[in-house]
Design a protein around this ligand. Structure first.
Ligand SMILES: [Zn+2]
Length: 632
């Protein structure tokens, strides 16, 4: 879909969240790391918003509370303590994290606050054991320049990350509290970004400044972008958790398209003469129409003793199947709502019933029961009566909104750039002071001191990478934008391996490996350092670095020399190489006699085809040339 973004009035604001690689967490001495495997400790809590908070919490969370949702927390003693469990008050604010946030603020021309006050922001979805998230503003009102345009930075804050959701079974949601209390910097831009590409470039520029502090974590999930996207006549949509920078432009573009399509549907509904009072909440038990159905979804539900309920959506025929963006139809949006509010598996609707195995007879009977005319659609849910009614009520609600336009929502980003319904947009977050953590004064002297030793700004850094390591401009940018800048510099300093080769490995090679599904993030800094040390020592040829990394990613906890051995990648000795070349030359005597020095390419190819990864090509070339007649 071709869109003139200025004509539709696109506005984007970013909230960039970056985890910090501090020694300790934000309010305790635990390591800010995630644990793998089974939890040592689990404990169950019920969502329990206190009386004073009820008025302010968003309806979605209150709804979950009413449903009796329980949270099962998982922990281990290495990554959490009584603070994360909310059994002990928070300790003092982590000074290392605070300093990193202040440095970030200063690099963005943001004015530091005189006193840092930790606040509690109400969050009762269970992602915080306390029922709130601790956050503090460290600076306000700054700006960065991106492609010659001034982008205002509204504020830089320091906050604790939330626990991570690891699953849900029935009414029990599982969260792992290792991530809880990991320091996060939040950078918020003004909503002055007008194209999808600009959004990506601003995020890139913010990311460069954050990484310039050299105190940030790397890997999937360590940087998360929230995007506030709106178009004229549409709605302000908050999209949470874009983890890949390269997705930002796509997410924005798809969101604009989604909103434009929803507006088209609104216009079509108006054209069909739909009015708000045409909707009704008559939820009808239509089980009898499907007793012998071939529709598997319904069959299965009926087999479990569930029933089928339906509601009419007037004048919606054909529109539920309308694709908004790839893999997302209006029907999907309605289903998302139904799932959320009704805790059902999904919905069925008349636009798609035939392809799910329902017969014309069944559909006819269904339409008749609901008095549905040709222009009307019918939505069905097969579940318990309580869930089905909740789901259908949510479906009608979403359909009503379709007549008004784009509903304001918080949505979550999917890995393919599309988004899904998360919850209604909450009102302004309720904040109150965290009395357990004393405020910290920020003196002018301290700021002056920080200013005098600010990290190298990103622009200067690129120039230095070119100058010190002989990288070209493009590669310098790439390594700066990669998450491996620090490690690149360390390896380039400590080994004699070509800087360009190391930089290419961390950028192009890693990208290619990721595309092939290799989880390169699983390979640690120490392992990577060792790989290059092996290359440096001539124990393995550099051509096989990708194979070694890919093997290490699949064999967590092993050492690179094992990879070399397992892959049979150790080098062939000089004597052995000499023997191999003698052998090849004598086997191809005729070619050598006929073509002389010109047989080189052919023989080189034979050796490399057989022994690639076990010999350095320069070595083969040298040895081979010695055996062949000299060029005339
Ligand atoms: Zn702790």
């Amino acid at each position: 879909m071709n869109v003139d973004f200025s004509a539709v009035g696109l506005k984007v604001g970013l909230e960039c969240h970056q985890q910090l690689a501090t020694r300790e967490k934000l309010f305790c001495a635990c390591k800010p790391d995630l644990f793998k495997g089974e939890p040592e400790i689990t404990f169950l809590r019920r969502l329990r918003p206190t009386q004073s908070e009820l008025g302010q919490t968003d309806p979605a969370t209150f709804f979950e509370f009413q449903k009796g949702v329980k949270i099962l927390y998982e922990a281990d003693s290495g990554t959490s303590c009584l603070v994360e469990m909310d059994e002990e008050p928070p300790h003092e604010l982590n000074r290392e994290a605070l300093e990193t946030a202040l440095v970030t603020a200063l690099m963005m021309d943001v004015k530091p606050v005189d006193e840092v006050h930790v606040m509690r922001k109400v969050v009762i979805d269970g992602s915080n054991t306390t029922g709130f998230q601790r956050t503090c503003v460290v600076g306000l009102d700054g700006a960065i320049t991106v492609d010659g345009k001034k982008i205002p930075i509204q504020h830089v804050s320091l906050e604790e990350d939330a626990a991570r959701k690891t699953g849900a079974e029935g009414l029990t949601v599982r969260y792992r509290i290792d991530r809880l209390c990991v320091p996060l910097i939040e950078v918020t831009t003004g909503p002055v970004i007008y194209t999808p590409e600009e959004a990506e470039n601003v995020a890139l520029a913010v990311g460069r400044i954050l990484r310039a502090t050299r105190k940030v974590k790397r890997g999937l999930g360590t940087i998360r972008q929230d995007l506030n996207v709106s178009i004229r006549d549409g709605a302000l949509i908050e999209i949470k958790g874009v983890q890949e920078l390269e997705l930002i432009a796509l997410v924005v573009r798809l969101e604009v398209q989604r909103q434009l399509k929803i507006l088209e549907i609104r216009d079509e509904l108006k054209k069909r003469g739909l009015k708000q009072d045409n909707f009704s909440e008559d939820f009808v038990d239509v089980t009898s129409a499907f007793t012998k159905t071939g529709c598997r979804i319904i069959q299965k539900a009926l087999g479990k003793g569930k029933r089928v309920f339906a509601v009419k959506l007037p004048k919606f025929a054909g529109l539920l199947g309308t694709e908004l963006v790839p893999n997302l139809r209006l029907g999907t949006e309605i289903a998302d709502r139904a799932r959320f509010w009704g805790r059902v598996g999904g919905i069925l609707h008349t636009d798609e019933l035939p392809s799910y195995g329902a017969t014309d007879d069944e559909i006819h009977k269904l339409r008749q029961t609901l008095n549905a005319e040709q222009h009307d659609a019918v939505v069905l849910v097969a579940d318990t009566e309580e869930n089905a009614v909740d789901a259908l009520r949510a479906a009608v609600e979403r359909a009503r909104e379709a007549l008004k336009g784009v509903p304001e929502e918080t949505r979550a980003a999917n890995p393919d750039g599309t988004t899904r319904y998360m919850r209604p947009r909450p009102g302004a977050a309720r904040m109150y002071p965290e009395t357990d953590v004393p405020p910290i004064g920020i003196t002018g002297d301290y700021i002056k001191q920080l200013r005098s030793r600010l990290p190298e700004p990103p622009e200067k850094m690129v120039q230095r990478l070119v100058k010190n390591y002989g990288l070209n401009d493009k590669l310098s940018r790439q390594i700066q934008d990669s998450e491996y800048l620090n490690l690149f510099e360390e390896i380039a300093r400590k080994t004699g391996v070509s800087s360009t080769f190391i930089a290419v490995a961390f950028t192009e090679t890693f990208k290619a490996l990721k595309r092939d599904g290799v989880e390169v993030g699983k390979v640690s800094d120490d392992q990577l350092m060792e790989v290059f040390q092996l290359v440096d020592a001539g124990k393995t040829p550099k051509e096989v670095v990708p194979n070694i990394i890919s093997w290490l990613a699949q064999h967590e906890g092993s050492v690179p020399s094992e990879a070399v051995k397992a892959l049979g990648l150790s080098m062939i000795s000089e004597q052995e190489l000499a023997r191999i070349i003698d052998d090849i030359v004598s086997k191809n005597e005729e070619a050598v006699r006929e073509r002389g020095a010109d047989a080189f390419g052919f023989l080189m190819g034979l050796v490399m085809r057989e022994y690639r990864g076990k010999v350095q090509s320069e070595q083969v070339s040298r040895a081979l040339k010695e055996k062949l007649p000299k060029k005339k």
